[in-house]
Structures are given as C-alpha cells and as structure tokens.
Design a protein. Structure first.
Length: 130
C-alpha cells in the first residue's frame, strides 16, 4: 500500500491534494469492507497497515513542505451580522416546518458552525445569532 500511495498521481503527472489522497484511501477502505469483499480490517487504522499510513503521512508532509501541494486554506467564518441578514432574507428560517429548502440550509449552516473551524468560538456566535 505504501508504494501505491506514493505513486498515485493525476493523468497530467501532477500531485493530488492531501484531502484527495486521504479520500482515495478511505474509498479503498470502503470498497474492501463492502460486499462481496466484506473485509473486517481497515486499511486506515489497522496495525498491519501502519507502515503504509506512516509513509502516506510522510509523503504528504514532504509534498506540502516542498510546495508541490498547497496546504488547507480556511475561509473566514461568517459574522453574526451576515447570519442575521440570511435570516431576514429568508435564506435561513426560524420556523423550519414551512420550507424544506430553508430547513436544509439552516441545518447545514448550524452544523457547519458547530463543527467547523474554531469550534467553541463558532458555537458562541451561533447561540447569539439565534
């Protein structure tokens, strides 16, 4: 597996981003666990694959440090004012029983605020905006 991880590249020869390589590993893991394979082990966290996973992590660190792949770029969090404007314009809804689209958008926003970058700070902002 270690050889697979360090040899994977796009058709043009460029490197995949970190998230893409980790997604490829997760997809392989899901494929092995699904029927008809039904494997009981995980290539992501089984000790049998620790060498391959350490190799992947070192490879990703090397690609990042040499500038071959860019690091994760986080966006600025939404301000309380922006969230309030979304409620006023109807993009987010306080009464979630009337509009399925608003329910979906509101749930997505609240979940991303709660679990997103900044964790506790976003939770506090979310509570103030509601």
């Amino acid at each position: 597996m270690a050889k697979v991880y360090v040899s994977v590249s796009k058709t043009d020869g460029s490197y995949y981003k970190k998230t893409s390589l980790l997604s490829i590993r997760a997809a392989l893991d899901r494929h092995l666990k699904a029927p008809p394979n039904n494997k009981k082990f995980s290539i992501c966290d089984n000790n049998m694959f620790s060498h391959a996973n350490k190799t992947l992590n070192a490879y990703l660190k090397h690609l990042s440090s040499t500038g071959e792949i860019a690091g994760t770029v986080h966006k600025e969090p939404l301000s309380t004012e922006v969230i309030q404007k979304l409620y006023k314009k109807g993009e987010l809804a306080e009464d979630l029983t009337r509009d399925p689209r608003a329910l979906m958008q509101t749930a997505w926003l609240l979940i991303s605020l709660y679990f997103g970058k900044g964790g506790r700070e976003n939770q506090a902002a979310m509570k103030k905006s509601i």
